[in-house]
Design a protein around this ligand. Sequence first.
Ligand code: UGA
Length: 484
Amino acid sequence: MEISVIGSGYVGLTTAACLAEIGHRVLCADCDLEKINSLKAGRLPFYEPHLDDLVKRNVSSGRLEFTLPSAAIQKGEAIFICVGTPPLENGEADLSSIESVARLIVSSAHGYRIVIEKSTVPVQTAKRLWKHLSIYNANGLEFDVVSNPEFLREGSAVEDFFHPDRVVVGAESSRAIALMKEIYAPVLRTRTTCPVHSQCPSMPEPKLILTDTNSAELVKHASNSFLAMKISFINLIADACEAAGADIEKVAEGIGSDKRIGQAFLNPGIGFGGFCFPKDLQAFVRIGEKLGCDFSLLREVEKINVRRTEQFVAKIKKELWVLRGKTLAVWGLAFKPNTDDVRFAPALNIIRRLMAEGAKIRAYDPEAMQKAKLDLPEVTYCESAYQAAEGADAVLVLTEWSEFREINWKHLGELVAHSLIIDGRNLLSAEEASSNGFQYVGVGRAAAQPLRPTGEPKWTEAITAELPVASHPLSASSQAPPIA
Ligand code: UGA
């Protein structure tokens, strides 16, 4: 099918390249001419695993082209709207880019178009879009409006496109449903190969969920809010683990082993970031207010998340006392691994707070340093995790890049001023750190205790909540030399 994708950001570019890969002819458009020219020259505006190859392959096969929106709209029978919906000051999504695309559709297109809303939007937007298209429809365009939310995670977006759990289609005409089925047919079959796997692992067939547009739009906001809620929940439990002397890794395993709950998104840490969860949660709270529904549950989710920065800074101060003049190595800047995206990244908030207290930051991230430099030019950016650690009073793990897991502890020990790791993602092994002479502080991991070999349990020892964690006789931090 001839498809236009309007918007060449994370969602638009990935969707365009993947649709081309499954056989459609795709025109990917953006109103930023510089961006289009640089895409034509083969330069991607962001890092996403496998996307570079996918774009190159489909451009050279002629299935993927880059152009301006009006040219794309004139050609594609299906038009995917993938423009940004950034937050306004009051937390609501700014829909002005969607409105501009709608105007362009009715002024540039002829015949029939299926207009597919993929950007994350408030419930009832498709209805408004339909009304808007009807009002400005000067050329007698025939059209359907469909809501087709995306569930692509940055860092694994290509894999998610080819192996979705579900494809949600909110459509209210049989013509639109038939076209959507045609577009997604290659994805809805169980795959044996894809651009990510030479032999795909066996996975259940993706579900096609057909519904009305309002329901499809709600699926998107509700999914992101639910996942955000799971993260804030486990972060609360991690706090309880630290206070009570329990181990969050085991607690999360215990909770997540219940099939009704599931293990995913139970990793505690410095909180969720990125351009989706924080803004979508805020927007959903505003939507709830407008609908007259009490969404205070989600407000708490947000509050818990905002508190994570302060709590992590307090954890650092507990170990280092005064931060003025201290050198801190920061490992990881991106809001999650396998991306260069630093928008609403918890790492950047933490760095800002630490610098405000007078700490000197030496940072390293495998992909995100160029983007972080635009926000935080005062930081010293380093070429490796080891270089960042030189002379550091503590190493802070703020993004769980797998290369940090491969660290050579001996070499690290020779570089740092003090052997202290504060792991905001529970990436490293506490045991390995302490056996290599490092003091290790994680999240919710305060009381990983050895098994008592024999004898009756000593109930008095079990009541650790009354003891400050750092001075508990069995805590990892008490085994390391004190920080001067
Ligand atoms: C999220 C959703 O997972 C996608 O399904 C959705 O399509 C996308 O938003 C979107 O709306 O476009 P993404 O923001 O790329 O994807 O990243 P996630 O993997 O969901 O992680 C979000 C944040 O939560 C990250 O900062 C991550 O570090 C944090 N997180 C995640 C945790 O702190 N703990 C966890 O257990 C999982």
